[in-house]
Write a protein that binds this ligand. Sequence first.
Ligand SMILES: Nc1ncnc2c1ncn2[C@@H]1O[C@H](COP(=O)(O)OP(=O)(O)O)[C@@H](O)[C@H]1O
Ligand SMILES: [Mg+2]
Length: 286
Amino acid sequence: MSTTAPINTPDVNTPAPAVEVVGVSRVFAARKGDGVTALDNVSLTVAPGEFVSLIGPSGCGKSTLLRLIADLDTPTSGSIEVFGKPARQARIDQDYGIAFQQAGLLPWRTVAGNIELPLELHGVGRAARRARAAELIELVSLGDFSGNYPDQLSGGMQQRVAIARSLAESPSLLLMDEPFGALDEMTRERMQSELVRICAETKAAVVFVTHSIPEAVFLSDRVVVMSPRPGRIREVVNVGLGDMSGRGEDLREDEGFFRALSQVRDLLYGDETPSTPQGTRGVETR
Ligand SMILES: Nc1ncnc2c1ncn2[C@@H]1O[C@H](COP(=O)(O)OP(=O)(O)O)[C@@H](O)[C@H]1O
Ligand SMILES: [Mg+2]
């Protein structure tokens, strides 16, 4: 008698990917003409706990891709799953946290009040909310500022509040669109180190949009290099600098770090000469 399981039984030991984007295109209608193909047949899988950055010139579809994963927009074709569920269901179930370039805090709420907001909206009781906010305030090193209002904080501190808020419901996935884009270089590097520490602690997967090559390399397991018109994945670089718990400031001086930097830079700028004839530009691997 055979004990072999039917071929189509899912393997319960293999966790669903954090994000699975399959053949996704997004065409925005234009007043005249064919419309803008913001994304053309993009496929990408992000493993649980993995940190993946999207990098590429302005207009290559990074924000569009992130918004589609967050179900803030719908693909023209293709499919997106988050932890094995349709993106819509993952949004309803609050499976991810979101942080954007602007901290987007409510000015009339304190630091703690802003962090508690998503919990409040989802009916978490007052005591549990307080406790969770206190924990997150420690995590983002804002211990002394719990009762401050956003306009009493620096840009970097406001962004830490936004990150704490995105972590409020302990998501296994964070979606971040240039969250440090408005910060000065020094604050930015501090925030990157802090995010690395938070990821090591929470084991959350991250999809992170950035313009900065060093930022992408410092943070990521993989860097997805995108190209515009139409938005496509040009190549995916395996950074290979080890896991989050081992990423300290000295990594920025590491030989492997510089190697990955030039690899990403070559992919971004290597064939940008305007005279390059159409159709012969670089690799289009996916
Ligand atoms: N809501 C929209 N309506 C029309 N066009 C859009 C919309 N959102 C994005 N686009 C276009 O799609 C392309 C990709 O935009 P975006 O994803 O914002 O790029 P990135 O974040 O990489 O700078 C751009 O050409 C942009 O103008
Ligand atoms: Mg963008």
